[in-house]
Design a protein around this ligand. Structure first.
Ligand code: KG4
Ligand code: ZN
Length: 331
């Protein structure tokens, strides 16, 4: 079995996965959403302190499996440096105490493998990764052969939901809140410009849209901003944010045949986005793959799933070489 630790942002999570059968024998996650909510976003120092409390608590719950471990895995990049450090320190301690090797896992590969928890992997898989830190299209051919076909020039998809929610004083994380309000809104009331619609490149941008939403909120606030106005803003923003993705994906689908397409990352839980992507995949005869909703946001099960593959390749890292990388040059 492999024990995996995830602490790249505001979720403390530990999983235990069987190497041969891929069975997830233990998985627990403690989220810090309530603690960060009053600040409208993740406060790194607070997140790190909460990981120090949560990780040992979770470890205590799975200690019966410690004797069966063949390796310990940990997310070491990308993420918030102060929070990654907490997971990495725990992994080093476990490695020394049990005399087992360490596997360093890339968080973004983890999101891709969230599709394959307790399942065999399917490749090639063209994947849209939409999270709080990333918006990318990745062509994944295997664990060690992944290429970025397009990414955001500024904010990420999930982050733009967080910012709109903050501007409307609705709380954090913004994604599920904005999606909920949007359900009761009129998505045709405001017309926000679709980002980069004239650009032939497959790339994303959310800062202009965020600004357009901000100006509309300020305009409405000069009179009164009612519940219905909030819902309408959320609906129009969500529609435009998703349309931007669809426009770019259409370009990609026209350029190449994509047999398997997937959406992963925290924001892939958005049902409006899922529905629209179902339609585009139908149109271009591509099979749409989705992670279970419980594995969309950050979790250690996906890190453990990647670690099983790395274990089979003997991809271990020396204790003294294991470092955190908050940003990755190629990602
Ligand atoms: O993957 P994740 O848990 O953490 C990162 O690696 O960033 O993604 C969290 C992000 C947050 O920005 C959150 O607002 C967004 O995913 N998110 C959503 C939804 N649920 C979570 N965005 C849009 N719609 C949702 N339903
Ligand atoms: Zn993530």
């Amino acid at each position: 079995m492999i024990l995996a630790i995830e602490s790249s942002c505001d979720d403390s999570s530990i999983s235990i996965t069987k190497i041969d059968s891929l069975k997830l024998v233990f998985h627990k996650k403690i989220s810090q959403e309530i603690e960060h909510s009053i600040y409208g976003g993740v406060v790194p120092e607070l997140a790190a302190r909460l990981h120090i409390e949560a990780l040992p608590k979770i470890l205590e719950e799975c200690k019966e499996y410690l004797k069966d471990l063949k390796a310990v895995a940990v997310t070491n990049a990308p993420g918030l440096s102060v929070t990654l450090t907490e997971g990495v320190s725990m992994a080093k301690a476990i490695s020394i105490a049990l005399n087992i090797p360490i596997i360093a896992v890339n968080h973004l590969k983890g999101h891709i493998y969230s599709l394959f928890i307790e399942k065999e992997a399917i490749f090639p898989m063209t994947t849209l990764l939409v999270s709080g830190g990333h918006t990318q299209i990745i062509e994944a051919n295997s664990l060690n052969d992944m290429k970025i076909l397009g990414k955001t020039l500024d904010d990420s998809f999930g982050e733009s939901f967080d910012k709109v929610s903050k501007m409307l004083k609705l709380g954090y994380p913004g994604g599920p809140i904005v999606e909920k309000y949007a359900k009761n809104g009129d998505e045709n009331r405001f017309s926000f410009p679709i980002p980069l619609s004239q650009s032939p490149n497959i790339e994303f941008s959310y800062s202009g849209l965020k600004n357009a939403v901000r100006l509309e909120i300020e305009r409405l606030e000069r009179t009164t901003l009612e519940e219905q106005d909030i819902s309408d803003i959320c609906a129009c923003f969500q529609k435009t944010a998703v349309k931007h993705i669809l426009q770019k994906l259409k370009k990609l689908f026209k350029q190449k045949t994509i047999k398997n397409f997937a959406i992963v990352g925290g924001a892939s839980a958005n049902l409006y986005l899922r529905k629209e992507l179902e339609n585009i995949c139908l149109e271009y005869k591509s099979t749409l793959h989705l992670s279970d909703l419980m594995y969309c946001s950050d979790n250690a099960a996906m890190i453990g799933r990647v670690a099983v593959e790395q274990y089979k390749q003997n991809d271990f890292i020396n204790l003294e070489d294991l470092d955190i990388k908050s940003r990755l040059k190629d990602y």
